[in-house]
Design a protein around this ligand. Structure first.
Ligand SMILES: Cc1cc2nc3c(=O)[nH]c(=O)nc-3n(C[C@H](O)[C@H](O)[C@@H](O)COP(=O)(O)OP(=O)(O)OC[C@H]3O[C@@H](n4cnc5c(N)ncnc54)[C@H](O)[C@@H]3O)c2cc1C
Ligand SMILES: NC(=O)C1=CN([C@@H]2O[C@H](COP(=O)(O)OP(=O)(O)OC[C@H]3O[C@@H](n4cnc5c(N)ncnc54)[C@H](OP(=O)(O)O)[C@@H]3O)[C@@H](O)[C@H]2O)C=CC1
Ligand SMILES: CC(C)=CCC[C@@H](C)[C@H]1CC[C@H]2C3=C(CC[C@]12C)[C@@]1(C)CC[C@H](O)C[C@@H]1CC3
Length: 515
């Protein structure tokens, strides 16, 4: 269905907001973002060092249990969801469903509870962010095996949704580095869902462990998670390999994923004839003649622009990047979205003078997007991630180009094991998959948000792929459950009394549930 034609004034307003948004972003949002980040960095450092979080945690969980029990003994008319406001979340959409639901206050769960270097585990509350974890763990010589790169992504979002990163070829998705979850379920009781029965869990709690990822808070409230950690080194030796065709990119990605030496593998496709595969491994320090690149420093060019230059070379290049800079390499430029917001943000003068204030917080950008700009984004802007088998990359890029035509494309390979849950491949083997991420203004003049995305979704279903559910999904309920496996999910919904307590996952992620 096409929207009514816009008046000349509306068009002018859209153009003006788009072109000159920086007038508002630079003097207002940048200082606000900086102050916000500084406050939380100091607060979190203090709390972690005085070790007050574990004691406070039991009290906070008690309050959540009380809210759920009040719901369970009340009229139960409105189902439950978290009270996290939509503007704080990492998607372009606002969750409309929250308005009519009973909101449970999980938003105080923001602390790291314990770092156990003996057993290589970290126990955290769900609102802990990726930036907070890397800031705490890396100085101790540890890291999460998978660190989704935007600083403000939360553990709760990564577990109840999905998290992907360039170390995925070795460790899978974020859900695969999890050891156990602590959940407040529909009757208000606290259960531990763990991977192994030997950790004290029952068959049911083990099943819950597999059911939670991708369930979007529809099986219970996550109140803590225990995740694996691994020892790390201060630098990443990153090798940039230029490629000239999509087939070559696909083959290089497969080859590098199969190389056991590599810790990280990632690709960027700037066009069908200009690609780059990056392979990385931990290293102690750059050799004497090695090129060190502190890519995360405020005065450095945006990572993807630097990578594009290296993609234009004929030969491979090698750089040594500090680990935290590597993990958050796409944060400063919000992948490549920042160029729409501060078009001159990569200019040398801007970087040296105001670069230290960047990036603006995504949540602040989201909440201050004016309606005119939102309209423009609705029509022309795409934010989509599709997880497809790596061997279908070439075919998938053809469909992405035909339907949305956006470059660069983010290519993030990962291993998908054959475990139960909503995300299910039934080969019985570990398979190589790849996340194809498209973020930006489409170059396709005939792009229709609904129809084009539906065709893309259909293709993804056909190749046994899945769509990341933070993005706009236009699938019908039947199509959704064709893409995802409902068997374990449905059983858990009955077993744990979720049907009355929480909406179905489709009703939280479908287009009608978000505005
Ligand atoms: C660890 C686990 C425990 C479960 N416990 C029960 C249960 O006690 N009662 C119940 O009715 N449903 C249970 N289920 C849910 C059951 O898997 C779904 O209801 C079923 O429809 C899934 O079918 P499937 O062919 O996809 O099984 P799959 O997803 O292929 O099974 C995946 C894994 O779960 C194990 N599994 C499957 N069913 C059970 C089961 N009944 N008991 C123990 N392990 C099982 C399998 O051995 C396999 O390792 C459990 C699921 C899991 C993953
Ligand atoms: N590299 C990557 O992998 C990236 C991933 N993303 C996507 O962004 C999303 C994460 O965004 P973020 O803002 O952190 O999370 P959100 O607040 O958007 O949460 C995502 C979903 O998880 C549920 N959820 C979150 N916390 C809890 C909890 N404690 N208990 C129960 N349910 C919970 C939410 O439920 P409710 O609706 O009730 O609040 C919501 O449905 C992910 O889903 C991911 O797919 C985005 C960018 C990069
Ligand atoms: C790596 C993966 C799996 C996903 C990355 C997705 C991000 C690029 C997007 C997630 C939320 C998006 C938002 C915007 C840009 C793209 C994301 C960060 C905006 C900042 C674009 C400008 C709007 O005014 C606000 C948007 C908020 C969400």
């Amino acid at each position: 269905m096409s929207s009514p034609p816009l008046s000349t004034f509306d068009r002018f307003l859209e153009w003006f907001m788009y072109r000159f948004r920086w007038i508002f972003v630079i003097p207002i949002l940048l200082p606000m973002s900086f102050t916000f980040n500084l406050y939380y960095a100091i607060r979190n450092w203090l709390i972690f060092n005085i070790q007050s979080a574990p004691k406070a945690h039991d009290r906070k969980v008690g309050l959540i249990q009380k809210q759920v029990r009040d719901w369970a003994t009340g009229d139960r008319k409105a189902k439950m969801c978290t009270a996290r406001p939509g503007w704080l979340t990492m998607s372009f959409r606002f969750p409309a469903y929250k308005a009519k639901m009973t909101q449970i206050r999980t938003d105080r769960l923001i602390d790291i509870l314990e770092v156990d270097t003996t057993n290589h585990l970290i126990r955290v509350e769900p609102m802990v962010t990726m930036g907070q974890i890397t800031r705490t763990l890396i100085p101790l010589g540890y890291t999460l095996p998978i660190v989704p790169e935007l600083d403000d992504l939360t553990v709760g979002g990564m577990i109840n949704g999905c998290g992907v990163e360039s170390s995925g070829k070795r460790y899978g998705l974020f859900q695969h580095i999890c050891h156990s979850y602590e959940l407040v379920i529909a009757d208000g009781s606290l259960v531990v869902a763990s991977k192994e029965k030997k950790d004290g869990g029952s068959a049911e709690s083990q099943a819950l462990f597999y059911g939670v990822p991708w369930s979007h808070g529809t099986l219970g409230f996550l109140v803590a998670a225990t995740l694996r950690i691994i020892p790390c080194k201060p630098y990443v030796k990153l090798t940039y390999i230029p490629t000239r065709t999509v087939k070559e990119t696909q083959n290089t990605l497969i080859k590098e994923c199969n190389d056991r030496e590599n810790e990280f593998v990632e690709g960027l496709l700037f066009s069908k004839i200009k690609g780059l595969v990056m392979r990385g491994e931990f290293c102690d320090k750059p050799p004497r003649n090695g090129r060190q690149n502190e890519i995360g420093k405020w005065h450095k060019p945006w990572f993807y622009t630097h990578a594009e230059k290296l993609a234009e070379r004929e030969e491979e290049s090698v750089e040594y990047i500090p680990l935290r800079h590597y993990y958050h390499r796409h944060s400063r430029s919000i992948f490549w979205e920042i160029k729409e917001i501060v078009p001159f943000g990569n200019n040398l003068l801007f970087r040296w003078t105001l670069g230290w204030l960047c990036p603006p917080k995504i949540s602040l950008l989201k909440v201050t997007t004016p309606p005119a700009l939102r309209r423009l984004y609705e029509r022309n802007h795409v934010i989509q991630d599709m997880l497809v088998p790596l061997e279908t990359l070439q075919e998938s890029v053809d469909v992405f180009e035909k339907e949305i035509n956006i470059y660069p494309l983010w290519l993030c390979p990962f291993t998908l094991p054959s475990t139960p849950g909503m995300l299910r491949q039934r080969s019985g083997k570990n398979l190589l998959y790849i996340d194809i991420g498209a973020y930006g203004i489409t170059m396709n003049k005939t792009y229709e948000p609904r129809e084009s995305t539906r065709r893309l979704e259909e293709f993804v279903r056909k190749v046994n792929g899945v769509q990341m559910l933070y993005a706009d999904t236009y699938m019908s309920r039947a199509e959704f459950w064709e893409m995802f496996d409902s068997s374990l999910y449905e059983w858990l919904r009955v077993k744990f009394g979720c049907k009355e307590a929480f909406p179905d996952v489709y009703d939280k992620v479908c287009k009608e549930a978000r505005y």
